[in-house]
Design a protein around this ligand. Structure first.
Ligand code: U2F
Length: 456
């Protein structure tokens, strides 16, 4: 009995919005499988847990030593996110933290003492909880690594550039050569809330606090791999007690393939190699109607076959007649098995918001990107894709236009430059695959993570 109570018990706290909780859960599964003698408790909102359960159903039950707990999110049944205030649910949830986590943790796994606290890096207060409990804190950063470097240097950036203006400052085009790891990026690529935009938004304050806490973590896990961005490898190794790039997470800890409910893959089988434009803006972004029309017109004008993951409620906002005119070469679906789609030989370009998971999946498929970033890390990810790795094209004006989409698709799908982008993307894919080889750097780092988490 006593021995059971003393066995390692790792608690994992999820951030239940966007594509944050799913990668942490995949990691929890992988850790539980690698350390069968330890217990793992995963804390997340009921809604997010249900969505993870649906998308991982094909993997069968989670390992027995991994238990899943629902924490209160403050949203009544039937709650709908207000269109004019998408951050409301995040604010409500954060308002309940950390009490909602504490309450469930107290009873988790028969009260077995927690010996390591892992969390989404956004949940900065986990550092204080871990400190109180006298256990190590191990956060996972799920977004792009360049944006993390920007958050870590928020104070330096505010001092140097000035801050507090709602718009992009006059120095927008200056390079960030005074920030370690970011010298080839510009002020305008920064996440909003660092030097421009609302510095007092929920996210801006949360990320600022996180930056303060991360250097105290026992280790910081990252969904990237050594060598993808060598300057950032050096920066994180210097900044953190232990920097653990363990990505690509979806290769290290793969979920089962998504069911292909809308028959995307057989449709792709009928298309020529590298000919199809795949379009998706992730789980948070919904294109404004005018821009949706521009994108539709651009796809139509390009003549390229396309696969578009577009929620049904957005379909109603498409230009009249678009579906009739393009039905023979376009497939619209409410959800696509994106990893498999990007890995399919027919896909030649990805029109994306540059959410980090999408960027990593595109890179794994060796697919060049057409980048239309919106918020958070997406702008800086887009700039890295187009100007550092040179495997994509950005929309400098910000929004998508018909001619912009047509031209960028032409370059990627039909020109020598597009071919070179594909070759460069292919080289990055090979690096990613090597990182999760038996002796690869991410596998080694994962083993180190298992040791830190279980105290061995
Ligand atoms: C937030 O990102 P998002 O959830 O909007 O976008 P991604 O990081 O690109 O993740 C989307 C995931 O959803 C999957 C896709 C990705 O794993 O494969 N998917 C799918 O399977 N089928 C579809 O039809 C559409 C999507 C945030 F907005 C970003 O800025 C952050 O970088 C990100 C990670 O922190 O979280």
């Amino acid at each position: 009995e006593r021995r059971w109570l003393d066995a390692p018990h790792v608690a994992l706290l999820a951030f239940p919005f966007g594509t944050h909780a799913a990668p942490l859960f995949s990691l929890a599964r992988a850790l539980a499988a690698a350390a069968p003698g330890a217990a793992f408790s995963f804390f997340n909102s009921a809604r997010s847990n249900a969505s993870i359960a649906r998308s991982t159903a094909a993997a069968g039950p989670a390992p027995e030593n991994l238990r899943v707990y629902d924490v209160a999110d403050g949203c009544p049944t039937g709650y709908e996110i207000p269109a004019d205030d998408p951050e409301e649910e995040v604010r409500v949830f954060l308002g309940l933290t950390p009490a909602n986590f504490r309450e469930k943790m107290a009873a988790a796994d028969g009260g077995r003492k927690v010996s390591c606290l892992m969390s989404d890096a956004f949940l900065w207060f986990a550092e204080e909880m871990a400190e109180e409990m006298g256990v190590p804190w191990v956060p996972l950063w799920t977004g792009g690594p360049a944006s993390l470097a920007a958050h870590l240097h928020t104070d330096l950036l505010r001092l140097t550039i000035g801050a507090g203006k709602q718009d992009v400052p006059a120095r927008a085009d200056e390079h960030l050569n005074f920030v370690p790891g970011l010298s080839s990026l510009r002020v305008r690529d920064l996440p909003e809330g660092v030097v421009f935009g609302n510095l007092n938004s929920e996210f801006s304050r949360l990320l600022h606090r996180m930056a303060d806490k991360l250097p105290r973590a026992a280790a910081v896990a990252l969904n990237t791999f050594a060598g993808l961005d060598p300057a950032l490898d050096v920066e994180f190794a210097a900044r953190f007690n232990t920097s653990l790039p363990i990505g690509p997470l979806n290769l290290l800890a793969p979920s089962p393939p998504e069911p292909d409910r809308h028959a995307c893959l057989p449709w792709l089988d009928r298309q020529a190699p590298s000919s199809v434009a795949y379009v998706s803006f992730g789980t948070v972004i919904s294109l404004p109607t005018a821009e949706l029309a521009e994108l539709a017109a651009g796809l139509e004008a390009s003549g390229a076959p396309f696969l578009w993951s577009l929620k049904d409620e957005c379909k109603e906002r498409l230009p009249v007649g678009f579906l009739d005119r393009t039905g023979s070469r376009g497939l619209l679906v409410p959800w696509a098995p994106q990893v498999e789609v990007l890995g399919h030989v027919a896909v030649g370009a990805f029109v994306t918001h540059c959410g980090w998971n999408s960027v990593v999946e595109s890179l794994e498929g060796g697919v060049p990107m057409l980048c239309r970033p919106f918020l958070g890390d997406q702008r800086i990810n887009a700039r890295v894709v187009s100007h550092v790795w040179k495997i994509g094209i950005g929309f400098e004006g910000g929004t998508l236009t018909c001619s912009g989409v047509e031209e960028a698709l032409d370059v990627i799908l039909k020109t020598e430059e597009g071919k070179r982008m594909r070759e460069r993307a292919g080289k990055l894919r090979n690096k990613a695959v090597r990182a999760i080889d038996q002796d690869g750097s991410s596998v080694q780092n994962f083993k180190a993570l298992v040791r830190i988490a279980t105290g061995n």
